[in-house]
Design a protein around this ligand. Structure first.
Ligand code: FCB
Length: 291
């Protein structure tokens, strides 16, 4: 990236310029040098309401999380999921920490692609090679530009570019990448996800995949590392999290939308997965800063 590219990008950064942004996406470029205006530590004890992607272009950042800290350096991408505690800034000894970032509320279909292979303190980490890093940086910059533009369709184009960025990063996650999965299991997973509110029987799923129920059980465990019912439960809880964060639906309505008729039972399952009740979970997000 050339110096003039950087200077141009700063004009679009919400850190340097006031402009109205929509709460579904905020993005920018943060170049940090010792003692400069941006050289301070960010504290987010409740995490954020949405997700955030971060790409280091230069220098090192230090990221403090719930159980420790790590350093991120050039060509590394980070993914901060909602509600994940983090405090970060330039690493003390580093002469710079320049990074691009995008804060966003994902579209419903994106959550499958926002699971990476490697996490530390619940923060996703992906090291890129130089070529991939250049490509990603271009996509980040395109998102930032559309995100700040006022022309028609700018917001849709920003989301479209962000979707591409998320997909391309997901391609770099061999273990999480759905493409590696057996197509029969993909079909079943897709169906379950689209019909979370229903109690689809295993026999019906097996018929859909043209295999026996015992073969399905075996194949599912092999591909997904867990049983079909445990996986469906995880999906239900994760969809419930989205609904609790992004809608005003009551707990009982959320429960029903993800397939639980009994809200008390739903709350018990939810708490087992998230260590908070649905009500506490929603409250935590109401209190979390936007970004
Ligand atoms: C800026 C940070 C950037 C990102 C946004 C939301 O202040 O420099 O990394 O966290 O806030």
């Amino acid at each position: 990236m050339t110096a003039s590219d950087n200077a141009e990008l700063l004009n679009f950064s919400p850190l340097m310029k006031r402009f109205t942004f929509n709460a579904f996406m905020v993005s920018g470029f943060t170049p940090i040098t010792p003692g400069s205006k941006l050289d301070w530590f960010i504290h987010r004890p409740s995490g954020m309401k949405g997700y955030m992607l971060n790409l280091t272009l230069k220098g090192r950042g230090v990221i403090h999380h719930a159980d420790g800290q790590f350093y991120c350096s050039e060509d590394e991408m980070l993914l901060f999921p909602p509600g994940v505690i983090h405090h970060y800034g330039r690493a003390k000894e580093s002469p710079a920490w320049d990074h691009l970032w995008i804060y966003f509320i994902p579209r419903p279909g994106w959550s499958d692609w926002l699971r990476w292979d490697r996490y530390q303190g619940q923060i996703g980490r992906t090291a890129l090679d130089a070529t991939a890093s250049r490509q990603m940086a271009l996509l980040f910059k395109e998102v930032i530009r559309w995100n700040a533009a006022a022309e028609p369709l700018a917001e849709a184009l920003a989301m479209n570019t962000l979707e591409r960025l998320i997909l391309q990063t997901f391609q770099l996650q061999p273990a999480s990448n759905r493409q590696n999965r057996d197509p029969r299991i993909q079909t079943v997973c897709h169906y379950i996800n689209e019909h979370l509110a229903e109690e689809t029987r295993v026999e019906q799923l097996a018929r859909m995949a043209f295999i026996s129920t015992s073969r399905l059980a075996h194949l599912f465990r092999k591909e997904m590392g867990t049983t079909l019912s445990a996986w469906r439960e995880q999906q239900r809880v994760s969809r419930a999290c989205d609904l609790l964060q992004q809608t005003q639906l009551s707990i009982a309505q959320v429960a029903r939308a993800v397939g639980y008729e009994d809200p008390l039972y739903f709350s018990r399952i939810f708490s087992q997965h998230r260590t908070l009740s649905p009500r506490e979970y929603r409250k935590k997000f109401d209190q979390a800063p936007l970004f």
